[in-house]
Design a protein around this ligand. Structure first.
Ligand SMILES: Cc1ncc(COP(=O)(O)O)c(C=O)c1O
Length: 404
């Protein structure tokens, strides 16, 4: 296996992506190329569901569209029965178009323009997620206008140092919230959400997040506001990075800790993004320049593989896959700035040649969504499933993968 990914194998110098050889993928295609592995996405969801369904009888999963909103990716995830967590109108339109039932859509974020609230209310999404307490009144007014009753979820500030997202439940805010919920007859607060961080691979970070939710749950309860569900957000690493056993341990510890904290809820939601799609994405790129001090330059960079995405990047020299990867090499990108560094002192092959094909793994989450408009052509994107190869994005025809 390459990068611990069972859909990315090497055997006798031959590299395969699911059941398609690297050579086949590159026939008639130039690098850079992005490959998405459908069966890896499906495996990841099934593993997550298996664990969380077995530990919690009342688990609900909502895929965080912002991790990768390519329609084909969201369609695969929908077909596995997962709901959608979305932040704006373009994602909402996509979720509805792909057939996500409104009861499986939770929608909202730091920016709730009226049109977004209206669209959520009219389509009766399961919950609107509130980051700013003043938005409750606006949701209420719009719900009233359409004769609807809208369920809400409150995003609680994670209390992680420096976090400005979500609501801090101090005494003043609590009493304001209580009054708002009494006055606003067309909304009903059902759920509280706390999402702490990305790439959390031990229970400790999940425990802190759960305790934060428990504190809010108790504060609200003591103010007479009964919360029905909790949402612990996402934050899981790529599936190849966190072993199944470790994920199960986190789920079991969470369950045990919930009992200890006496949180009794109807449902517990999770909103994974990276775990479902992170390791299903791979870039195929090539070396375009080598310096004497072992810097190699690839034909992609932070324009499409941005640091912001916080991926667990792994690099392999596919042209010399059987050579040991143990010689320190630094890898730079295509943007004409010295800041475009993909990695420093990475263990790589001793021999390096221009034109060597380089595989970068774990790039399925947040690379496309955090990509920028540096004026290079976007890479084509290929979906591989078994022996099937489908070009799902062609920059010449489709021009851009942004959502409208
Ligand atoms: C509220 C919320 N839920 C879920 C996610 C998805 O996180 P991840 O992809 O790390 O699972 C994020 C990511 O920032 C988030 O802010």
């Amino acid at each position: 296996m390459i990068a611990g990914n069972k859909y990315l194998l090497k055997k006798d110098n031959l590299i395969t992506f699911d059941s398609v050889s690297l050579r086949t993928l590159l026939e008639g295609s130039k690098t850079p190329l992005m490959v998405l592995l459908e069966n890896k996405i499906r495996d990841n969801i099934q593993t997550f569901n298996k664990i969380f369904n077995s530990v919690f009888g009342n688990y609900q999963g909502f895929y965080s569209f912002k991790a990768n909103f390519l329609p084909e990716v969201c369609r695969i995830i929908q077909s596995e029965g997962i709901g959608a967590e979305i932040v704006g109108i373009p994602e909402l339109n996509l979720a509805l178009r792909l057939g996500y039932s409104s009861d499986k859509i939770i929608a909202g974020g730091p920016y709730l323009p009226d049109e977004f609230i209206e669209k959520c209310v009219i389509n009766e999404v399961r919950e609107i997620i509130i980051y700013n307490i003043n938005d409750i009144k606006r949701v209420n007014e719009i719900s009233e206008k359409y004769g609807k009753s809208q369920n809400l979820c409150l995003r609680i500030n994670s209390q992680k140092f420096g976090s400005k997202l979500g609501i801090i439940l101090d005494a003043k805010t609590l009493s304001k919230l209580k009054k708002l919920l009494q006055d606003c007859e067309n909304v009903c607060l059902k759920t509280i959400l706390s999402h702490r961080a990305t790439q959390m691979n031990n229970f400790e970070q999940f425990r802190i997040n759960l305790e934060n939710v428990a504190q809010a749950y108790n504060q609200l309860g003591n103010s007479g506001i009964k919360i029905e569900n909790i949402n612990l957000g996402g934050g899981f690493p790529e599936a190849v990075v966190i072993p199944e056993k470790q994920l199960k341990k986190i789920a079991l510890n969470l369950k045990e800790h919930m009992e200890l904290l006496e949180i009794n809820v109807n449902q517990i939601y999770f909103e994974p993004g990276r775990y479902f799609v992170g390791d299903a994405g791979i870039f195929l790129t090539e070396i375009i320049k080598i310096t004497d001090d072992r810097w190699i330059f690839l034909n992609i960079g932070n324009n499409i593989c941005p640091k912001f995405a916080r991926c667990s990047l792994r690099f392999y020299n596919a042209s010399k896959i059987d050579a040991s990867h143990k010689f320190k090499t630094s890898i730079a990108g295509i943007i004409p700035t010295d800041q475009d560094i993909l990695v420093k002192d990475y263990f790589f092959t001793q021999s390096l040649d221009e034109g060597d094909i380089i595989i970068i793994t774990n790039v399925g989450a947040y690379t496309l969504t955090f990509s920028n408009r540096f004026p290079y052509s976007l890479p084509p994107i290929i979906l591989v499933s078994g022996t099937n190869v489908k070009k799902i994005f062609d920059p010449i025809i489709d021009r851009d993968f942004s959502l409208q």
